[in-house]
Every structure is written in structure tokens, then in C-alpha cells.
Design a binder for this molecule. Structure first.
Ligand code: ZN
Length: 342
């Protein structure tokens, strides 16, 4: 196997096009791909193959081309893996969804999380990604077809298409379903609502942790929101654009909710039940960040260093790093202790 010259940087949405338009500082991220083999058009890599077949129109869209000499992804002469990339090109969409999924898998396989290569929940090495699967307000993981399917629909306000393959929250959530299915295949076969809810919770927690892992994002939050992470709606909101255009609220789901197992006792909807566990983990994340901030401040006070606003900003930034570092170990590594059969 050949390891292509790495790292490779891909410009991709940090959240989604709506967040990028309204709050440009949370617009884009440069994803560093550092563990990928056998890159090809599509993109295709050793663990993913993007196949852009649209089930509604019956069209197979041209794949983004990989130029191994220049280390560039292109559509014709357009270079798509840099900051000037045309985000309205379908080939950019292909690259965006691939890079976000690749980064999420790198996260799960990193020493801080599972620390090993993770199998898929099916035979074969490659998860198929279909960025424009057809018209509809949906996206899902399907073990049978070994794929993630991303649909698109029109924004009712302006009739412009909304592509779920451009939402990092949706991609990370669906990829997390695929990863959990590989680690614990029987969870998808259980008929218990709480098992299905655990799958949904795992997807939503993944989106939160991956966003908070982004260094520029943490710095912006520390500067603009201040020490209280729970005030950062962009972090607690899951799938902002989908929520605004489909559900008419600022998010599809929020980690900042007051649901309890009692309040969802009659629910047959796994997404709704999942909010209880997501909120509990989010509360833990906030409490951890507060503790790290207090420790940082106490330490400065002992040394009688005056806390200027810059120093407070730095203390918050550092505290958020400790928080994500701790949280990813605490919330993800115990997957290995989960029961194999439920
Ligand atoms: Zn889901």
C-alpha cells in the first residue's frame, strides 16, 4: 500500500452553509488528512468511496479528480482543496463530505479515543458515501448497502437547495452510526427504544466533540462567548441549517435541554429519548470546563498575577483544551466496556 504525500489539507464547512453565511468566523475549517492510503478520484481512499449517484434523477455525477502529482483535487481546471474552492460545485460537495468523514474516522481511531483500526459493520474496507442521493429531508447510514446517504431539499424561504452533505453535524452523526455499528453490530438489531436512542446520542455527542476539538473554534469561542461554554449555541445546536429549514427552530436537536427519562417515558421516538443522555453528557462537559477555568484562575491569583481580559481569554482557551481532551477519553473509550449484546 502506498501512503500518499501527507498531510493533505482540505477546506470544508466547519458547520454548514447557513452558519457560514451568518457567522463567518465559524464558517470553514482546514481539515488535515494524515492517515489515508490509495487516494483516487471520487474521492476514494482506503476506507471510503464517494459515489455520486442521484436516485431521484438517475444521474451519476462526475467525480472530483485527484491529481497525485500536484496533490490537488479538481473539477476540470478548478482546484477544490484550497480556500478559494467553489463551494457550489458538486465536486466540492463530494470532497467536503469525504474530508469531514475521513477526519471523524481519524478521531475515532486516534490514541485518545479507541486507539486502533475500527472495522465497519459489514464485509469490506470501504464505506460508500452518496452525497446527492436524491430529493428529500433526510440522511442516513445503511448497513445493507454499506453506505451513508445524503439527500437535499429546497429551503422553503427562498427555494434554494439545502444539501445535507454540507452539514458537518449531519455527516459526523451518520458516520458515528457507522462506527458504532462496526464496534457493536447488535445494537442495530435490538428493538429496545433505549438502544436506538443510544445510537442517536452517540451521533450527537460525536458532533459536539468534533466541533470542540477544532483549535480555531475553541479560540473564537473563548474570545467571543467567554468562559461559559453553555452560552455557545453553535456548540450545543445540532444541525443548525436543517433545523432552521425543516423544523423552523434554530437546531434539529440541542444538547442544552431539560429532558429526563420521566419526561420522555411515553416517547417512541429514539431521537427524542436520546436528548436525555446528550444533555447529561453536555452538563458534564460544561462542569469540567468550569472546573478547569477556576483552577487556572486560582493558580494565577495565588501568584497574584492580575487577570487582564487577554489573560482570561487565554485561561478559557486552555481550559477548553483540557475539557475536550478529558471528555473525549471519558465519553468515548468506555465503548469497549459496553455490553456486546443488549
Ligand atoms: Zn441518527
Amino acid at each position: 500500500m502506498k501512503k500518499d504525500a501527507l498531510p493533505l489539507k482540505i477546506h470544508a464547512y466547519l458547520q454548514d452553509p447557513l452558519v457560514a453565511r451568518e457567522t463567518p468566523m465559524y464558517g470553514f475549517q482546514d481539515i488535515e488528512i494524515n492517515d489515508v492510503y490509495n487516494l483516487a478520484d471520487g474521492p476514494t481512499s482506503s476506507r471510503f468511496a464517494v459515489v455520486d449517484y442521484n436516485g431521484t434523477t438517475g444521474n451519476l455525477l462526475q467525480p472530483v479528480k485527484w491529481d497525485p502529482k500536484k496533490k490537488q483535487f479538481k473539477a476540470g481546471n478548478l482546484v477544490l482543496n484550497n480556500q478559494k474552492a467553489r463551494t457550489d460545485s458538486f465536486q466540492f460537495h463530494q470532497l467536503n463530505v469525504w474530508a469531514v468523514a475521513q477526519k471523524a474516522l481519524q478521531f475515532f481511531e486516534s490514541p485518545q479515543v479507541m486507539g486502533r483500526k475500527l472495522p465497519w459493520g459489514f464485509e469490506g474496507n470501504r464505506l460508500i458515501i452518496v452525497p446527492h442521493a436524491g430529493y428529500g429531508q433526510n440522511a442516513y447510514y445503511d448497513r445493507q448497502s454499506k453506505s451513508l446517504q445524503f439527500y437535499y431539499y429546497n429551503n422553503p424561504e427562498n427555494q434554494q437547495p439545502v444539501y445535507t452533505c454540507l452539514s458537518a453535524d449531519i455527516i459526523n452523526h451518520e458516520l458515528a452510526h457507522a462506527v458504532l455499528d462496526g464496534i457493536r453490530p447488535h445494537y442495530n438489531e435490538s428493538t429496545h427504544i433505549q438502544t436506538a436512542a443510544f445510537h442517536e446520542f452517540f451521533g450527537d455527542l460525536t458532533t459536539i466533540l468534533l466541533l470542540l476539538r477544532n483549535n480555531e473554534f475553541r479560540a473564537e469561542i473563548a474570545k467571543n462567548v467567554g468562559p461559559d461554554l453553555s452560552e455557545a449555541a453553535v456548540l450545543s445546536n445540532i444541525a443548525d441549517e436543517f433545523g432552521r429549514t425543516v423544523e423552523n427552530k434554530p437546531f434539529l436537536r440541542s444538547a442544552k435541554n431539560t429532558n429526563t427519562m420521566d419526561s420522555v417515558a411515553d416517547s417512541q421516538e429514539p431521537h427524542e429519548v436520546s436528548e436525555v443522555l446528550t444533555a447529561a453528557m453536555f452538563d458534564i462537559l460544561i462542569a469540567l470546563s468550569m472546573q478547569y477555568i477556576e483552577r487556572g484562575v486560582a493558580w494565577k491569583e495565588e501568584d497574584q498575577v492580575e487577570m487582564t481580559s487577554t489573560a482570561r481569554h487565554k485561561a478559557a482557551k486552555q481550559a477548553f483544551w483540557y475539557t475536550i481532551d478529558r471528555m473525549q477519553r471519558m465519553a468515548m473509550q468506555p465503548l469497549d466496556f459496553c455490553r456486546r449484546w443488549m
